[in-house]
Design a protein around this ligand. Structure first.
Ligand SMILES: [Zn+2]
Length: 306
């Protein structure tokens, strides 16, 4: 299908995809077809860009992830084209630069910090610099962002399978992920840093072989996807379990401290036999006796204590 045809079809299905996932299959198919096109400067004035921009916040997570990924790839490509032509990129464009990859022969011989080519200095050319280069105006910001890319690299390399994935790919991915972070959040802002820390935890998690496999093998698991994915979708099972336990512990502590009502299915209502109840516990007698639990059935309203 031509890009014009894809554009027309996407336009037809876009509004529905924003509200529901009822046309998910067809939209995913269209987006997958679009993703096979590499960005061409003629797209800059075409509605396809607008469709992709909207679909980044589509109702369905997979649709929005794929739209984000295509959009961000195109954006990087647009920047490359703009740089080559020494002209400004499309208005409103900003964010990541295009990383260069290492030529290291041995693993970990080169950290990402050595491999990022700085944006061209103003004296190199009279033409205006691309907007993305604005982030690199300060050597300090550039150095800080390099450090973030390096931290990502360090996390990932902790359990890295060097036989399968080259150091070059690891370095490039670290820069791409940092670039995606900088696209999504203001570079070096608190949001950017806290997202980076969360990602680094998952990427370096010894039990999260699954996530690392997805990064290298799953075409949907792009840097753009990773920076916006839900925590649940990235964490290893043991990490999820840990978080759940921590949450439960906090809830229990809160509840014991304040006698707050909790909803639960731990109790069976003796009157209606349903298990949807609200309960609270109180220390009614002396401290060495067990707490009394006051239970209210949410189905029939029956109250009792245990
Ligand atoms: Zn009941």
């Amino acid at each position: 299908m031509s890009i014009e045809k894809l554009q027309k079809e996407l336009g037809r299905h876009r509004d529905t995809a924003m509200k529901s996932d009822s046309n998910k299959d067809v939209v995913m198919e269209l987006l997958e077809a679009v993703s096979k096109y590499t960005y061409d400067s003629s797209y800059a004035s075409m509605p396809i860009l607008k469709h992709l921009r909207s679909l980044r916040s589509a109702h369905d997570d997979e649709i929005s992830a794929l739209a984000k990924s295509i959009y961000s790839n195109w954006k990087s490509a647009n920047k490359l084209i703009s740089t080559r032509k020494e002209s400004s990129p499309a208005p409103g464009d900003s964010g990541s630069s295009t990383p260069t990859s290492a030529s290291a022969a041995s693993p970990a011989a080169h950290a990402p910090a050595h491999n990022r080519r700085a944006a061209p200095a103003a004296s190199d050319t009279k033409a205006p610099r691309p907007a993305g280069a604005a982030y690199f105006d300060s050597d300090q910001i550039s150095a800080d962002r390099n450090r973030i890319a390096r931290a990502i690299y360090t996390s990932l390399s902790r359990h890295h399978d060097w036989a399968q994935i080259s150091n070059d790919r690891l370095v490039k991915f670290s820069h791409d992920l940092e670039g995606a972070l900088a696209n999504e959040f203001q570079p070096l802002s608190d949001a950017y840093k806290s997202r980076m820390r969360a990602l680094a935890l998952d990427l370096g998690d010894a039990n999260n072989e699954q996530l690392r496999n997805r990064i290298w093998n799953d075409p949907y698991c792009t840097p753009a996807y990773l920076v916006t994915a839900k925590a649940q979708d990235l964490a290893s099972d043991s990490m999820k379990e840990q978080r759940k336990l921590r949450l439960e512990k906090t809830r229990n502590e809160l509840h014991e401290a304040k006698g707050i009502d909790m909803e639960s299915d731990d109790f069976l209502c003796p009157r209606c036999g349903k298990k949807r109840v609200r309960y609270s516990q109180q220390q009614t007698r002396s401290a060495d006796e067990p707490m009394t639990t006051f239970i209210t059935c949410l189905e029939c309203g029956h109250k009792w204590k245990e």
